[in-house]
Design a binder for this molecule. Structure first.
Ligand SMILES: NC(=O)c1ccc[n+]([C@@H]2O[C@H](COP(=O)([O-])OP(=O)(O)OC[C@H]3O[C@@H](n4cnc5c(N)ncnc54)[C@H](O)[C@@H]3O)[C@@H](O)[C@H]2O)c1
Length: 391
C-alpha cells in the first residue's frame, strides 16, 4: 500500500475544524445582513488581474459590496511616488500590470490589517515565500465568517513533510481555504483573452460556486472540482516542469524533446500528488489546472524564460541573478518549488522514482549541467509509482 500524505504527516491541530468549516460568506450578504466584502491580499501581476476580474463581477452581484480592497506591499517607484498612490491615482498597477485598468471600484491599501478587517472573502495571491509572514500578522484580525481562496503556487516544506499553501493558511488562520489554479498567464487574461481555470474545494460546494461566480467572466471560464490537493499540487508542480522545458529551449533541443519532457513531467506530477494524498483524482490532471497549465507554462511562463537563459549561459549565471535581471521584481517560483519537492523526495526515499523532478533541482544548484535534463537512460524510474500503488 502506498503511503498517503495522511499517513506520513498526521493532521495538525485544528485541521478537522478547518476542513469542516462552513461559512455563510455570500449566501445572504454576510453577517448582520451586511453585504459581503472581498479583499485581495497581494498585488503582483496575477493579484492585479484577480482584482480586475472580481471587481467587474461584484458590481453585478447584489449581495456584495461594490468596493474591492487590494492589499499592496508598499514600494516606492523610481518616480518617488508610492505604488499604492500610483494605483489609486491611475487605476492601474503601474509596476506589475501596466496599461490595464483594474476597475474604479478597486482600492489599493498598503495597510494589511485595514485591508482585511471588514472582508469575509479573502483572496491570497502573493509569491509563496511571503505567505508565512502575512498569515502570522493576520492571526486574530479576521472576521469570524471568513472564507479564503489561494491563488498561490508553491508549498511550505516542514520537517514532517510538505504543507500545501491552502492548508498552511487554514491552519494559521483557522479558516477554510479553497484554491484557484489554471492555465493563466496573467498578462493574457488582463487583455481579456479567453482562458479557463479550476477552483479546488474541500467539501462545501456552495462556497465553491461562490468563488466561481466571483471569478467567472465571458473570457474566464471557471470549473469547480472537489479535489483541493490535486488542484493545488498541479498548480505548484507545473513550475518545476516549466524549468525543465526552459532548459530544453535554452539548449535548442527541439519540439519532440520538449513534448517528452512535458509528458514525463505531467506523469511525475500525478504520481507525486497521489503519493502525498490518496484522495487526488486522475481527472484533475485533465482540468485547466493540470495539462493545460503545463502546456501554457512550458511555452509562455516566466519559469521557462529564466530557465532558458540559465541553460543558454551554460549554468554559469545563477537563477537569483537572472531572476532580478529578467523579471524586474516579479518572482520565480519553480526553482524554490524544485528544491522543496527534492527535500520531500529525499526525506521519503523517493528520489529514484522521480528522475525529472530530481534532475531539475540538481541542475538548478549546479550539481548537474543543463544538458542532464535528457539523461533518461541513466535515471529511468524503475516503475512509475502510480503503477506500484495499483498492485
Ligand atoms: N503572474 C502569473 O501569470 C501567475 C499566474 C497564476 C498564478 N500566479 C501565482 O500568483 C502568485 C502571485 O504572483 P504574482 O504574479 O501576482 O506576483 P509578481 O511576481 O508579479 O509580483 C511580486 C509581488 O510580490 C510582492 N512583494 C515583494 N516583496 C514582498 C514582501 N516582502 N512581502 C509581501 N509581498 C512582497 C510585490 O509587491 C508584488 O506584488 C504566485 O504564487 C504565482 O505563482 C501567477
Amino acid at each position: 500500500m502506498v503511503p498517503a500524505f495522511e499517513q506520513i504527516m498526521p493532521p495538525l491541530e485544528g485541521e478537522t475544524a478547518t476542513t469542516t468549516h462552513h461559512s455563510n460568506a455570500g449566501n445572504n450578504g454576510g453577517i448582520d445582513g451586511n453585504k459581503s466584502r472581498v479583499t485581495v491580499v497581494g498585488s503582483g501581476s496575477w493579484g492585479s488581474v484577480a482584482a480586475k476580474l472580481i471587481a467587474s463581477n461584484i458590481l453585478n452581484i447584489t449581495s456584495f459590496h461594490d468596493e474591492l480592497k487590494m492589499w499592496v506591499f508598499e514600494e516606492t517607484l523610481q518616480s518617488g511616488e508610492k505604488l499604492t498612490d500610483a494605483i489609486n491615482r491611475t487605476n492601474e498597477n503601474v509596476k506589475y500590470l501596466p496599461g490595464i485598468k483594474l476597475g474604479n471600484n478597486v482600492v489599493a491599501d498598503p495597510d494589511l490589517d485595514n485591508a482585511v478587517k471588514d472582508a469575509n472573502m479573502l483572496v491570497f495571491v502573493t509569491p509563496h515565500q511571503f505567505i508565512d509572514h502575512i498569515c502570522k500578522s493576520l492571526v486574530g484580525k479576521l472576521r469570524s465568517d471568513v472564507e479564503a481562496i489561494s491563488l498561490i503556487k508553491g508549498m511550505e516544506v516542514k520537517i514532517e513533510g510538505p504543507c500545501l499553501i491552502s492548508t498552511f493558511i487554514s491552519e494559521q488562520l483557522g479558516i477554510n481555504c479553497s484554491v484557484l489554479m489554471g492555465a493563466n498567464l496573467a498578462n493574457e487574461i488582463a487583455e481579456e483573452k479567453f482562458s479557463e481555470a479550476t477552483v479546488g474545494y474541500r467539501d462545501n460546494r456552495e462556497i465553491a460556486e461562490q468563488w466561481v461566480q466571483l471569478f467567472s467572466t465571458p473570457y474566464f471560464m471557471v470549473t469547480p472540482v472537489k479535489d483541493v490537493e490535486g488542484v493545488e499540487l498541479c498548480g505548484t508542480l507545473k513550475n518545476v516542469v516549466a524549468i525543465a522545458a526552459g532548459f530544453v529551449d535554452g539548449l535548442a533541443m527541439g519540439n519532440n524533446t520538449k513534448a517528452a519532457i512535458m509528458r514525463l513531467g505531467l506523469r511525475e506530477m500525478r504520481d507525486f500528488s497521489k503519493l502525498l494524498f490518496s484522495s487526488v483524482e486522475d481527472n484533475t490532471f485533465y482540468e485547466s489546472c493540470g495539462v493545460a497549465d503545463v502546456i501554457t507554462t512550458c511555452f509562455g511562463g516566466r519559469n521557462r524564460k529564466v530557465a532558458e537563459a540559465f541553460a543558454k549561459n551554460g549554468g554559469k549565471r545563477s537563477f537569483d541573478e537572472l531572476e532580478v535581471e529578467i523579471l524586474q521584481g516579479q518572482k520565480l517560483q519553480g526553482v524554490s518549488t524544485a528544491r522543496e519537492v527534492y527535500e520531500v523526495l529525499r526525506h521519503q526515499g523517493w528520489l529514484e522514482s522521480f528522475p525529472l523532478f530530481a534532475t531539475v533541482h540538481e541542475i538548478c544548484i549546479s550539481h548537474l549541467p543543463p544538458s542532464a535534463i535528457v539523461n533518461y537512460s541513466k535515471r529511468k524510474p524503475i516503475l512509475p509509482l502510480s503503477e506500484v500503488s495499483a498492485h
